[in-house]
Design a protein around this ligand. Structure first.
Ligand SMILES: NC(=O)c1ccc[n+]([C@@H]2O[C@H](COP(=O)([O-])OP(=O)(O)OC[C@H]3O[C@@H](n4cnc5c(N)ncnc54)[C@H](OP(=O)(O)O)[C@@H]3O)[C@@H](O)[C@H]2O)c1
Length: 177
């Protein structure tokens, strides 16, 4: 991030957890922000906190985005890229988790992780890469998990779904595979 000190950062799933913490850290470093999630009131609270406690002048744009609504992912991100000049980084953070049991009665819960963690992440990377390829530069940060490397009890579906972010994140200046 050292070459992009003041470039704008888009973070999906910024309403809680790691995405929220990352937004606060990026605000401390002076990066204009675009924050997305489904729970808009939490995003509004976060923006208020950033303006009150960190930097009253920092640009913080908000957008409702459910990454499971695949058709809306590209449209929403393109709109953010237009509204917030100079986006240098997109953090693919939005993700779902649930305790499941293979062979038990949790097939629905297992399958429910796929739209957010796999197809939603792919759609997010796709929109970001399309933008950065035109722009000629940019970073796509996939938030994976150690769970992608080691099976966890009652989290087989989650572990499988978190394999995705590492291999699909690539420098936009390289040829997408
Ligand atoms: N916590 C850990 O120990 C840990 C460890 C390793 C990796 N990770 C990874 O770190 C990332 C963040 O995890 P976390 O622990 O911070 O989880 P979290 O607190 O549950 O936050 C998940 C975020 O994703 C958003 N989200 C969930 N489903 C979404 C959807 N369909 N569309 C758009 N946004 C959605 C949520 O916002 P809304 O509900 O408002 O949409 C929320 O902001 C994930 O990629 C996770 O796999 C976490």
């Amino acid at each position: 991030m050292s070459n992009n000190e003041a470039s704008a950062v888009v973070i999906t799933g910024a309403s809680s957890g790691i995405g929220r913490a990352l937004a606060l850290e990026m605000a401390h470093r002076g990066h204009p922000l675009s924050l997305t999630a489904r729970r808009f009131p939490l995003l509004e609270q976060l923006r208020e906190e950033i303006h009150r406690d960190i930097n009253a002048q920092l640009t913080v744009q908000l957008a409702v985005l459910d990454v499971c609504q695949i058709d809306s992912v590209g449209e929403t991100l393109r709109d953010l890229f237009t509204r917030l000049w100079g986006v240098g980084t997109v953090v693919v953070n939005a993700s779902a988790n649930d305790l499941t049991r293979v062979g038990g009665d949790s097939l629905d819960k297992e399958l429910n992780l796929i739209p957010a963690n796999l197809t939603g992440a792919i759609a997010t990377v796709n929109a970001a890469a399309a933008h950065f390829l035109v722009r000629g530069q940019g970073n796509i940060v996939g938030i994976s998990s150690l769970a992608s490397l080691q099976p966890l009890n009652q989290q087989a579906a989650y572990c499988a779904s978190k394999v995705l972010p590492s291999p699909i994140s690539c420098p936009a200046s390289s040829t997408p595979t």
